[in-house]
Ligand binder design. Structure first.
Ligand SMILES: [Ca+2]
Ligand SMILES: [Ca+2]
Length: 461
């Protein structure tokens, strides 16, 4: 963005922002914005600009005005004609005329600026996602209190990417299963377990409620239903995270979600290689996950930056009963006081920990309390549940000494391995130690135990 100001007293001019950067699309660019007030007594202002769009999209052009040199853009500016509104084709020296005497009768000032914005209709932010800006961060255990695999701390530069604001939910997963089922030859359901089509039982994706109980299927914990033709979700669990999903099932979902939105799939489901150049959904790399989890504020132990301690009010985890971590300052111990009950603890709906006083009648938790005061568990990027609730699969193979040889820019993990990375702790056996953003966990990619879920990322071009 750059700006120019005209020398006129009553109106200045400035310009050119454009908002889109694009995936499979070139963003429009506004340039050479000028504004000049006619000196014929009409008070009409002529606004000129150039509009370019490399792939030729017609744009919707809007104009904003500021009377305080750009601090705010709230001046009414509606009496416009010319190259403004929808269907504006790219070209040079586009002209908008503003009858400012109509919008601003009697106004006079030297701090006016005008901004021209062009939108080619392409939304650069995938639905449900947050842009994690490019930049460097210190990855690893800056407190020197974790496992040796969390060190050495090393600086990593990450390109911008998008990250899901929430863990992928049961409803999202069931919708994608139905989409995949309708395609045919993508998935098979055998004894209540969803497998990759034609893989026998070697590539399990997830279990449904009719899967066998216990290891390795854990059908009793599934919230996905199957009636022989349609997948659904157990009542009340639609906005809870999918769990007991394998790494394969997480990667496959990423492809289905891409297909549902006309994006190119990232995963080759024969080799499970990830094409990072594709514009579709994928699992975050381990470095992307940790950068996102840190919320833009370096050097903290948990996703939030206002404290380096953890409590039940902020996330769904198991507060230490016998092992004492000084940073676990939860006044309640054991399972979460409203999401755990008896010998089991349950997922919380994604984004539950907002700082609101939550009511049992709204959330139907298993605990007996009728209300529960949460604290804000979102981080600086607005991401929720980056610690606790469910473990989150990452794209990378796990290697304990990887940090000693990690690339300094966009590391993508070792080229092979036996286990895939899991991050962020969970709600059952994991105490505060496992909830630290630096903690690294892993499991073999077909496992559905360990209460594992995931969220997706999308790269930027
Ligand atoms: Ca375009
Ligand atoms: Ca989580």
């Amino acid at each position: 963005m750059h700006e120019q100001e005209s020398g006129l007293v009553s109106v200045a001019l400035l310009l050119a922002t454009l908002a889109s950067s694009a995936l499979a699309n070139s963003a429009p660019v506004v340039s050479n914005v000028t504004s000049a007030q006619r000196n014929d007594g009409s008070k009409v202002v002529d606004i000129r600009y150039n509009l370019a769009d490399a792939d030729g999209n017609a744009c919707t052009v809007t104009v904003q005005a500021s009377n305080n040199a750009g601090s705010t853009w709230t001046v009414p500016i509606t009496s416009l004609s010319g190259a403004v509104g929808s269907g504006i084709t790219p070209g040079l020296n586009k002209l908008i005329t503003w009858n400012c005497a109509t919008d601003l009768p009697g106004a006079f000032g030297s701090q006016y600026k005008i901004r021209v914005i062009a939108d080619d209709g392409y939304n650069p932010t995938p639905p449900g996602m947050v842009l994690i800006p490019a930049g460097s961060f210190n990855m690893g255990d800056t407190f020197s209190e974790g496992g040796t695999d969390e060190r050495p701390v090393h600086s990593v530069y990450m390109s911008a990417f998008y990250m899901d604001r929430y863990e992928v939910t049961n409803q999202q997963y069931a919708d994608a299963l139905n989409w995949a089922w309708a395609l045919g030859n993508v998935i098979t359901v055998t004894s209540g377990v969803v497998y990759k089509y034609n893989s026998g039982t070697s590539i399990p994706y997830c279990s449904t409620t009719s899967a066998p109980t216990g290891n390795p299927h854990y059908g009793q914990y599934s919230r996905i239903t199957w009636n022989g033709s349609t997948f659904g979700v157990v009542s009340g669990k639609a906005n809870h995270p999918i769990e007991f999903v394998s790494w394969y099932g997480s990667a496959a979902y990423s492809n289905w979600r891409s297909g549902m939105q006309g994006r190119a799939p990232c995963y080759d489901t024969s080799t499970w290689a990830c094409n990072f150049a594709a514009n579709g959904y994928r699992l975050p790399t381990e470095a992307e996950w940790e950068k996102a989890a840190r919320g833009g504020t370096p050097g903290h132990r948990f996703p939030w930056s206002d404290q380096d301690t953890i409590q039940h009010a902020r996330c769904n985890y198991r507060s230490s009963l016998t092992i004492i971590y000084t940073y676990d300052t939860s006044p309640t111990s054991g399972y979460h006081p409203v999401w755990g009950v008896g010998s089991w603890t349950y997922t919380s709906p994604v984004g539950f920990f907002t700082g609101a006083l939550q009511q049992k009648m709204d959330w139907n938790w298993p605990g007996v309390a009728t209300s529960y005061q949460t604290a804000n568990g979102a981080n600086g990027y607005g991401l929720h549940d980056m610690t606790g609730n469910v473990w989150e699969w990452c794209n990378d193979w796990y290697q304990s000494n990887y940090y000693s040889s990690s690339l300094g820019t966009n590391p993508r993990g070792p080229t092979s391995g036996t286990s895939r990375v899991l991050r962020g702790g969970y709600r059952n056996g994991a105490n505060a130690y496992y909830c630290r953003v630096a903690y690294r966990y892993s499991n073999i990619p077909d496992t559905r135990y360990e209460l594992s879920g995931f969220r997706c990322a999308v790269g930027t071009p």
